[in-house]
Design a protein around this ligand. Structure first.
Ligand SMILES: [Zn+2]
Length: 242
């Protein structure tokens, strides 16, 4: 947040361009598969997933908590050699041919992931994706590398969605503790079981009417206690178990 206020020694033009050609995290040239976050930053999926798993995401990208916070996008390559392009762009709008180089506004469609220029969307005026014809609504359009105001609007929407899903999860009685679902606690939806927790599954209780209960239960590994130790070599051997 404060970084933006520091004097900028890098040519702002170059910086702007870099965001369109490179992964926002690894700064490596964009190559498929690419994803965007809910703020319209664009990443190489591999770099982002790796950083996420290694818990190495910098502060500015901490809103990305999992795959659900990434949108898979489909970029269109500029046909032929990319060096044909003066500024090194690799991708383009599949409809208008405008280069994905920071000079033009681009949207990713949330549902199908296709990335098309704002110009094409404006000119064709369609409620279906211009590439795959999947229907979309206005809020499915995610502006990529948007202006400060556009990013602020996306951030607001992201916060709203988050608040909404938190509310829904609470309604269903699932507590979120540090991002982990605590499914054992079903208080709040009136279905709390008599022994205070979720009832343990017992195969015997579920046996079909004309099956011998013990036999049916023996299908399940946990039905019978034994000191038989399982190793990877003998998993399928019933030795010592029956
Ligand atoms: Zn599409």
């Amino acid at each position: 947040m404060y970084a933006d206020k520091k004097p900028d020694k890098i040519d702002p033009n170059e910086k702007r361009l870099g965001k369109w050609l490179n992964c926002a995290l690894s700064y490596e040239p964009l190559r498929e598969p690419c994803v965007i976050d809910k703020l319209g930053n664009i990443f190489n999926k591999e770099a982002l997933v790796e950083a996420l798993l290694g818990k190495k995401l910098p502060k500015e990208f901490r809103h990305i908590k999992g795959l659900k916070d990434m949108i898979n996008i489909k970029l269109s390559m500029i046909p032929g050699n990319q060096s044909d392009s003066a500024d090194g762009a690799t991708f383009q709008c599949p409809i208008s041919g405008l280069e994905f180089n920071g000079k033009y506004k681009f949207f990713a469609l949330k549902n199908c992931g296709h990335v098309v220029s704002a110009k094409a969307l404006k000119e064709v005026k369609s409620s279906a994706c211009l590439v795959c014809h999947k229907e979309f609504i206005d809020s499915d359009k995610m502006v990529i590398n948007g202006s400060e105001e556009e990013v602020a609007a996306l951030r607001e929407r992201m916060e709203e969605e988050k608040a909404k899903s938190m509310k829904e999860k609470k309604k269903r009685g699932i507590d979120i503790v540090d991002g982990k679902k605590d499914c054992g606690n079903l208080e709040g939806n009136g279905k709390k079981s008599s022994n205070g927790g979720a009832k343990k599954f017992r195969a015997m209780d579920m046996a079909p009417a004309n099956a011998t209960k013990e036999v049916y239960a023996s299908i399940f590994t946990s039905s019978k206690k034994s000191d038989f130790k399982e190793t990877y070599m003998c998993r399928s051997l019933p030795l010592g178990r029956n």
